[in-house]
Ligand binder design. Structure first.
Ligand SMILES: [Mg+2]
Length: 330
């Protein structure tokens, strides 16, 4: 009797929950084994249809229902810090390395200029027209190994006096800024050898740090001149540089060089390449006297010098992103 009352109460409860929409509508009524710890084997009509037959249920509390499984997946994802299914993932405003994410823009708004409108080309040297190894493995070691010999041979000449005066000014500035490894240069009254010793120590440290300063580049150009004139060193350019220069020259496009190396060094490199003298294809040279290569102002100065109406008529080619960004900003 008690068992019949329990079954009746259970059926009424299930019926009420079904009427009020608290459980899914059964798609089939099939006899399944009821999970129970009781010893007697009772069977009941399961109100729970297979998950694959259920859709749209949002309020069911019956274990195994699709709705309850959906809530469970959401709770697990929430515990794991993951967004629930159907939730849009917010895009991070910054990349993990701290740099701003580049946003794609319509080509018509910020795309590259039409090549047909290009009237001038400005070329970087290191990494663009010439291998970086030519600079780091040939030019820099030659200047480092021959700077003492050059200063000793030309000491007292107007050119070298000017080089020394610029280096003195740079050393004074470096000392005031507390740059490590700077050696004070004694006055001329101290004698030739102490002055050269200090200059050589500073030049070696500047070359090692790959500093792009005018005083160093000017002296390096004078040292390299000896090497180019004696054919100890030859200018190296990539294979596609000579035909490109020739093509631009034939089509009326004016080509310039902009490098942190001195203008004299630039003329030496392009006047003594393994392809011969390429200066006949070039219209001019710019160095850091117009400004450093990562400043937009430098490219404004170049635009003022090359004689085109708009900056967009100049194509600047480089291997350094910051230089390209500065040129674009100009
Ligand atoms: Mg470069």
């Amino acid at each position: 009797m008690k068992r019949n009352v329990w079954i009746w109460r259970r059926l009424v409860l299930l019926e009420n929950r079904y009427k009020h929409g608290h459980i899914c509508a059964p798609a089939t009524r099939e006899k399944v084994q009821r999970p129970s710890t009781r010893t007697e084997k009772t069977t009941m009509a399961s109100p729970v249809p297979p998950v694959s037959q259920v859709s749209g249920c949002r309020a069911c509390c019956v274990p195994g229902c699709a709705s309850s499984q959906l809530r469970r997946r959401r709770s697990l994802k929430a515990a794991a810090g993951l967004p629930a299914a159907g939730t849009s993932i917010p895009r991070p405003r910054q990349r993990l390395d701290g740099r701003r994410r580049l946003r794609a823009s319509p080509a018509s708004a910020t795309g590259p200029p039409q090549l047909s409108s290009i009237r001038s080309v400005v070329l970087d040297i290191e990494g663009t027209t010439s291998p970086i190894s030519f600079v780091t493995d040939v030019l820099f070691p030659y200047a480092r190994d021959n700077v003492r010999k050059h200063l000793d041979a030309t000491y007292g000449s107007d050119e070298t006096n000017d080089d020394i005066a610029m280096l003195r000014a740079q050393v004074e500035q470096d000392l005031s800024e507390g740059i490590a490894g700077v050696v004070p240069v004694p006055p001329d009254e101290a004698g030739k050898d102490p002055v050269i010793d200090a200059l050589v120590a500073n030049v070696e440290a500047m070359i090692k740090a790959d500093r792009k300063i005018t005083s160093l580049k000017q002296l390096q150009g004078h040292v390299w001149r000896t090497g180019f004139e004696s054919e100890e060193i030859k200018g190296v350019v990539f294979d596609d540089v000579p035909p490109a220069l020739q093509k631009w020259h034939a089509s009326g496009i004016k080509t310039y060089i902009y490098s942190s190396g001195s203008r004299e060094a630039q003329r030496l490199i392009f006047g003594n390449t393994t392809y011969g003298d390429l200066r006949k294809y070039l219209c001019g040279f710019f160095d850091t006297t117009v400004g450093t290569k990562r400043e937009a102002r430098s490219y404004y100065e170049i635009w003022q010098s090359v004689g085109v109406d708009r900056p967009s008529q100049i194509l600047f080619l480089t291997d350094v992103y910051q230089e390209a960004a500065a040129a674009k900003a100009a």
